[in-house]
Design a protein around this ligand. Sequence first.
Ligand code: SF4
Ligand code: SF4
Length: 295
Amino acid sequence: MILSVASGKGGTGKTLVATNLSLALSSKTRVQLLDCDVEEPNDNLFLRLPISYSQFVYIPIPSIDEAKCTYCGKCSEVCAYNAIAVLPQKVLVFPELCHGCGACSYLCPEEAIVEEGKPVGVVEKGKRDNLELVQGLLNVGETMAPPVIRAVKKYVDVGREVIIDVSPGTSCPVVEAIEGSDFCLLVTEPTPFGLNDLALAVEVVRKMDIPCGVVINRAGMEEGETERYCREQGLPILLRIPLDREIAALYSRGIPLVEGMLQWREVFYELFEKISAMVDGGRNSGDGIKEEHQE
Ligand code: SF4
Ligand code: SF4
């Protein structure tokens, strides 16, 4: 199963859920955690796996052969990102805007464009026992996260249970990371901002036709707006992590919950089993996951 862990808003506890789920599960089976939060990959702050492999990620940037160029302007017309401008006797390329889509070189009638690799980030791998980590790191100042996320996802090992830590928000990097998942776990917090961004994330995940469920972090004792929203939307609340001083203290010291409070190991494992049953149920019915799975 490929399970992505996302959140509409940063700071809700997505890393806490992704790392603890991976650790709890790896005590029973082979697990791969893909840290696709490439602007701020911090899963390994908690896992502390030794990194044994590293590879640069490049995107192809156009380079103009002025001897062949007729300054026809075709490349500038086809570039959707305004990364190339044609002046009467000069072609200007803006590498920081280029998405490396290759349209300009493909459509240049004079074959005057060659592509040069520009490094935008790194993919790293580490492993301990049953747990493998693949993490992407976007270069500082770079904005092109999707190519790094795609590079991380190339390492998906279908022989393992795969957990993807997605960047916060609802933009392109989130869609890139979630695509292809069997299930998406949305981590939120019971605040008005958390609820607003949860609703946006639910919209995106439903448009992608990926079944989803919710984890409420820093949950209170009573039902609040977030619970009410989930109930109205037919969204299953799969786990509530309470607002608790000991949990916060462990997190701030980089200690995984499943190691600092052992009872959480079983809780996270049960969370995975619940999702697994829902995904299998959806597959068997051939109809996706039904809303009646709500707790
Ligand atoms: S499409 Fe090719 S020939 Fe035309 S301006 Fe661009 S680089 Fe030059
Ligand atoms: S590779 Fe794509 S994004 Fe980059 S300059 Fe060419 S058309 Fe524009």
